[in-house]
Design a protein around this ligand. Structure first.
Ligand SMILES: [Zn+2]
Length: 97
């Protein structure tokens, strides 16, 4: 029952407008329906990002452990979470708009 609506960020660097806040909270809501997958560093295996919905495209990653900083094509790094054999019925395309 964690209904924490707080958005944590450092307010020294910027401010949230109510509009952006709404978008963030809505994204959070939507994420619950989607099975995410981990993107791990191809060099050291450190967990880089959690990817939702996107099956293709590029993510620019920066590994905090080994300092690898490269764009990765998600199509080449298609490793699902080990315990997620669930098929996602929604094939959500990358919406670039
Ligand atoms: Zn790494």
């Amino acid at each position: 029952m964690n209904q924490n609506k707080e958005i944590i960020f450092d307010s020294r660097y910027g401010h949230l407008t109510p509009e952006v806040e709404q978008k963030i909270l809505k994204s959070r809501e939507e994420i619950r329906q989607i099975k995410g997958r981990e993107l791990k560093c191809p060099v050291c295996g450190f967990r880089l990002e959690e990817i939702y919905g996107i099956t293709a495209g590029y993510v620019h990653v920066k590994c905090r452990k080994c300092k690898l900083e490269e764009p990765l094509n998600l199509a080449y790094f298609r490793k699902l979470k080990s315990n997620s054999m669930l098929i996602n019925p929604f094939k959500i395309g990358h919406n670039s708009r």
